[in-house]
Design a protein around this ligand. Structure first.
Ligand code: PGD
Length: 775
């Protein structure tokens, strides 16, 4: 029988790409990348299978212990059963609890940071919705900075004036292909990460650009413990560095430049400040330790001769020094970023076509893309009447140590006493470090509320689990930074079970708390989309940019936006006019030494870039007990923990466990063969993983990507083994430094052994136990 003709492709957008989706009989039957995408992301292969996966939350749930005993600390969170309630009852209860907390403890007791990537879409963006709602009821304690790039966000304003220019006006690939002769890539430029960009990406171009670079003979030097942090097409020289020691190698490169008089004195004098103070440290004037190539070899294992030869080549060629974001997601993560800038400054090529510094090529799809300098439509969040905040990665410290002081970027602040934690669009049991500590922290508050489409570990640790729609179940529009299209996101599926949009949930709560008119302004989601779009369209007219009216945009499925520049180099305008285009630093120049940072007096982030020994590295004393360095990097088959239930992600697992790559030498020493299940542990916790033997990881290094859903074997027992392979069971919950307090999840020292016991089942994707207790 001939099959029914498939319906037309509905336009949609995700952080991993724009796509069209074909639906038949209420199910997804086809997903195709955007017509203008040269290489759609493989992550699209998860979409159909994840859409109606049994791990979806189908109805509002309240934790049994909370219903029985009311709000309060409870260490059964994460191990308790849930009671299904009708929406009206669940929302009545929650509204009363919000009212209780804000009247009794004040709005600062509501922690609404709610970090996470949520879904693409400018209106239904979960955090924007949550923050707008909480601002309507008097505000909330917020979080600042991100898990992605927390150290750089705080450091770069001191060194080059802002992160914005480095992030969104990076040297374009066009300029690199035309002018760059040598790229020295610390942390590489991994293709897997370039699948995604926050808010969406239409064109995946990194592989094409790297192929073209290879064709043109551009030389690339890769410093990474992982060979595949660069595409094989690039034929890079691989320097298999000891993890966490890039700053030492960069210092030694700088040392060679300075001692061989290869540094650009004129550039340093005109565009930078503080070189002399840094030089004293570099040559060892004060501490008697020259940071020379032999010194760096002892730390990094990179041969001194290689370092010296490379420094000379860098001085002789148009060189781009790139530092991946992963390097700053580690203890003292400020240092490789600052040192990368200092090294580029010594070369004197900052602002010259294709030369200088770059941050995040291969960390995100949009770095090096042509710029589209238009502000996109967004949902206004209103004003937050509460001042208290925490650096985002200090969540467990806040919950475990209310009222205690902490340092951050020159300030001494106190942790607020958060009684109610509200999360929409994020998964701390994915993104945070030391999950056993996080479980202890999440036992503390009176109440935890989570909106989630899926039964993530965060949802399991909540008191209220409110089922949220996915973006495929609602209408929206969206675009990523510097993306060329604003994409209409058509509704493709009916809401799963009783799931509601975050907007609808907050609108109901706002009604119960007397702020509905302020929250909704009387608009339906479709009316909001039209309103936000039309307001944006009018603003564009003032900039002489014309886009069609909403109805036409919606029918077309997307609108192309004008590119403002596709051929520029970071800081070219500053180089051309350093007085007219002063940087927003105290000196107006690049600060190789920062009086301001120095004035903070932090021993873990001094006034100039420096090699600071981390607690967890192969050269330190802890390596005797934990002799393997874990790289907990971004996954290639999903986005963070999103889509882990999808077919593409699950196909990568080994007997259901997340793969861990091990060098054959380390595997042989432990009697481990390819495909064995291993137990990985540190003194924070342990998880199982499936062994993959590979010479693409350096000896003494293992690599286990983030994102396997946390699955403690016995949730009632503190510190229980994660049977699925979430690396944050073994990572350290410690800030990058007192300056940025960023996440350090990328690195940890571990040990592993073959796991010969009976394999525990994976239950992360099964819904938790439900009871039908009456209220
Ligand atoms: P996601 O898995 O994207 O992780 O951490 P993040 O919390 O962003 O979580 C988003 C959640 O939002 C998902 O559970 C998804 O189901 C939910 N969601 C999606 N759409 C909606 C919606 O419309 N409404 C609601 N209510 N929910 C929705 C990412 C973070 O992890 C990041 S950015 C980085 S860079 C860090 N990287 C590392 C690392 O390198 N190493 C370690 N060890 N740890 C890391 N953690 C960090």
């Amino acid at each position: 029988m001939p099959s029914k003709p498939a319906r037309r492709l509905l336009p949609h957008l995700s952080h991993w790409g724009a796509f069209g989706v074909r639906v038949e009989g209420g199910a997804i039957v086809g997903v195709e990348g955007h017509r203008d995408d040269p290489e759609p992301s493989p992550l699209l292969r998860n979409i159909a299978s994840a859409a109606h996966h049994p791990s979806r939350v189908a109805q509002p749930l309240v934790r049994r212990g909370w219903l029985e005993r009311g709000p309060g600390p409870d260490d059964r969170r994460g191990a308790d059963e849930f009671v299904a309630l009708p929406w009206t009852e669940a929302l009545d209860l929650l509204a009363r609890e919000l009212e209780r907390v804000r009247t009794r403890f004040g709005n600062a007791a509501i922690f609404g940071g709610s970090y996470g990537w949520a879904s693409a879409g400018r209106f239904h963006h979960s955090q924007s919705q949550l923050h707008r709602f909480l601002n309507c009821i008097g505000g909330y304690t917020r979080s600042v900075n991100s898990y992605s790039i927390g150290a750089s966000e705080v450091l770069l304003p001191h060194v080059v004036g802002s992160l914005g220019e480095v992030r969104l006006r990076a040297t374009t690939w066009k300029a690199i292909l035309e002018h760059t002769e040598l790229i020295v890539a610390f942390g590489g430029m991994a293709l897997k990460n370039s699948s995604v960009s926050p808010g969406g990406v239409t064109r995946h171009t990194l592989r094409g650009n790297q192929r073209e670079a290879a064709r043109r003979g551009l030389r690339v030097e890769l410093f990474s413990p992982l060979r595949d942090d660069l595409a094989p097409e690039l034929n890079a020289s691989w320097h298999a560095i000891v993890p966490g020691t890039d700053t030492a190698v960069m210092l030694a490169l700088a040392h060679t430049l300075v001692t061989e008089n290869l540094h650009d004195r004129a550039f340093l004098a005109r565009y930078t400040t503080g070189f002399e103070r840094f030089r004293e440290y570099l040559v060892g004037d004060k501490d008697g330790v020259p940071k020379d190539a032999e010194w760096a070899e002892r730390i990094s294992s990179i041969a001194a001769s290689e370092i010296r030869a490379l420094a000379r080549r860098m001085a002789a060629a148009r060189t781009l020094v790139t530092v991946s974001w992963s390097l700053q997601r580690a203890r003292h993560g400020e240092q490789p970023v600052w040192m990368g800038i200092a090294l580029s400054a010594l070369l004197g090529q900052i602002g010259l076509p294709g030369g200088g510094f770059g941050h995040g090529y291969g960390s995100m799809a949009d770095v090096g893309a042509p710029t589209v300098s238009l502000r996109l439509p967004f949902l206004p969040q209103g004003l937050n009447a509460v001042e208290s905040f925490i650096p985002v990665a200090r969540i467990a410290d806040m919950l475990l140590h209310p009222g205690e002081p902490f340092d951050y970027n020159g300030q001494r602040l106190d942790y607020p006493d958060a009684r109610l934690v509200y999360w929409a669009g994020g998964n701390p049991f994915h993104h945070h470090q030391d999950l056993n500590r996080l479980r202890r922290a999440f036992a503390r508050p009176d109440t935890i509320v989570v909106h989630e489409p899926y039964f993530t570990a965060m949802a399991r640790h909540a008191d209220f689990v409110l089922p949220a729609t996915t973006s495929l179940e609602r209408e929206d529009f969206g675009a990523g930074n510097n993306d060329r299209y604003l994409i209409a996101m058509h509704r493709a599926l009916d809401p799963y079970g009783e799931a509601r949009d975050d907007y609808a949930i907050f609108r109901e709560l706002a009604g119960r708390l007397g702020v509905e008119p302020a929250f909704s302004e009387g608009r339906s989601p479709r009316e909001w989309l039209e309103h936000l779009y039309e307001r944006w369209r009018m603003q564009l007219v003032e900039r002489d940019v014309r886009v069609p009216a909403f109805a036409e945009f919606w029918a077309n499925g997307d609108v192309e936006l004008p590119v403002s520049s596709d051929d520029h180099t970071l800081f070219d305008r500053f180089r051309a006019d350093p007085d007219g285009r002063r940087l927003a630093t105290p000196s107006g120049r690049i600060e190789i030494f920062s009086e301001r940072v120095d004035g903070f007096g932090y021993d873990d982030c001094p006034g100039h870039p420096a090699w600071l020994e981390p607690e967890e590295w192969l050269g330190g004393p802890r390596a005797k007990q934990f002799p393997l360095h874990l790289i907990a990097n971004q996954p290639s088959t999903r986005l963070h923990s999103q889509l882990d239930a999808g077919d593409h992600s699950r196909a990568s697992k080994i007997r259901g466990r997340e793969p861990i790559r091990i060098h054959p030498i380390d595997a042989a020493a432990r009697g481990i063969r390819d495909g064995d299940i291993v137990r990985v542990w540190s003194d924070r916790g342990a998880c199982l993983a499936g062994a993959v033997l590979s010479e693409d990881v350096r000896p003494s290094v293992v690599q286990l990507s983030t994102g396997a859903w946390f699955d403690p074997e016995d949730p009632h027992t503190p510190g229980s083994l994660c049977v699925h392979g979430n690396p944050n069971t073994v990572t350290v919950d410690r800030g990058t430094s007192r300056l940025a307090q960023g996440s350090t999840g990328q690195h940890a020292l571990v040990e592993l052994e073959r796991f010969d016991g009976e394999l525990p089942p994976i239950r992360a994707f099964d819904p938790p136990g439900l009871v039908t207790a009456a209220l």
